[in-house]
Design a protein around this ligand. Structure first.
Ligand code: UT7
Length: 325
């Protein structure tokens, strides 16, 4: 049986130039390189400079992905930007990127699922492609989390960073089996009852400001491994696979302990875990594509490999995706 599959035909990423090490942060708040490294695995993160916006990062990642795919903006039907830090309340960051790419057709919109935004975006893009509404989708995860940080809260300001990653998805034909190239399936979930564990203390219709990021870290940690593991099991089972079939595990980069804990729980060997958290911290919706692009560019991920992507974040939202590269 012939089915439509969404294959990743190109990817690219961008990290802003300004780098802050753990020692740099220790000059701002009561923390240390030792604490941050031991508890999170993070060693440095990138921050935007003055006037640098989410759309600027998104555009750079998008251009890199388009060049990698060997196509131009004129070939794109839909632009999706997964972000929780849009340039402005409206219009969407995606429509700004659309204009900056020189696109004069198609559609563009943002997805707001915080750290799970890229997985949600993959799910939406796959749906649009499979139903024939789009042939080529540009999906970008882009964040300027530094704009939301409270520089007096050492429990959160050391964890996050800025960056962007993008993929180009294109319709292709498959046989409906798990050897097809492209997205095999996506699973997305949320539980709004847990919204008070990770949130901003402001918003357009509440305080009229963006607010600052607040997190009960230990509580979030407790839910993370369980939720992620459940999404992964749903995804692998739906494809008739198990985690032993995975070539590369590309998780949301929040905390090295969560990455390793999840891999252990699912019997995924550490050698298959793609970890970039040390280099850029938690970049929310940008973190999965940043890790993905790193492992593609350094030659670890090769055509035909089976990839397992996952994320979990505020909402709570979480999800997983299986991709045959
Ligand atoms: O992307 C969305 C998903 N987010 C996450 O997945 C984050 C999940 N949570 C975590 O990654 C971890 O809970 C944290 C890294 C946020 C915290 O690690 P923890 O091992 O859970 O530490 P804790 O919050 O239990 O704090 C332990 C101690 C506390 O001191 P006391 O109460 O034991 O005296 C904190 O005040 O560490 C202290 N602490 C710090 N010390 C030095 C908290 N932040 C810092 C800091 N530097 N930056």
């Amino acid at each position: 049986m012939s089915v439509i599959r969404s294959a990743v035909i190109g990817c690219g990423a961008y990290l802003p130039a300004k780098v802050m090490t753990n020692d740099d942060l220790a000059k701002l708040v009561d923390t240390s390189d030792e604490w941050i490294t031991e508890r999170t695995g993070i060693r440095r993160r990138h921050f935007v400079g003055e006037g640098e916006k989410t759309s600027d990062l998104a555009l750079k990642a998008a251009n890199a992905a388009l060049a990698d795919a060997g196509i131009t903006a004129a070939d794109i039907d839909i632009v999706i930007v997964a972000t929780t830090t849009p340039d402005d309340t409206f219009p969407s960051t995606a429509t700004k990127v659309q204009a900056q790419l020189g696109m004069t057709r198609g559609a563009a919109f943002d997805v707001q699922a915080v750290c799970s935004g890229f997985i949600y975006g993959l799910s939406i893009a796959d749906g649009l492609i499979r139903t024939g509404q789009a042939r080529t989708v540009l999906l970008i995860g882009a964040e300027t989390m530094s704009r939301l940080l409270d520089w007096t809260d050492r429990g959160t300001c050391v964890l996050f960073g800025d960056g962007a990653g993008a993929v180009v998805l294109r319709a292709g034909e498959g046989e409906g089996g798990n050897h097809d190239r492209g997205i095999l399936n996506t699973k997305i979930y949320s539980d709004g009852r847990l919204g008070n564990l990770l949130y901003t203390d402001g918003g357009v219709s509440s305080t009229g400001t963006a607010g600052k990021l607040r997190m009960l870290g230990r509580e979030v940690f407790k839910h993370a491994v369980t939720n992620i593991a459940a999404a992964i099991e749903a995804s692998t089972q739906a494809a008739g696979l198990s985690t032993t079939d995975i070539d590369w595990f590309v998780p949301h980069q929040a905390n090295q302990r969560i990455l390793e804990g999840t891999a252990r729980k699912l019997s995924i060997p550490a050698a298959k875990l793609v970890s970039t958290v040390a280099e850029h911290g938690n970049t929310s919706a940008a973190s999965v594509p940043l890790a993905l692009v790193t492992a593609v560019k350094d030659g670890r991920i090769k055509r035909g490999d089976l990839l397992l992507l996952e994320a979990m974040g505020a909402g709570f939202t979480w999800g997983a995706a299986l991709i045959r590269w």
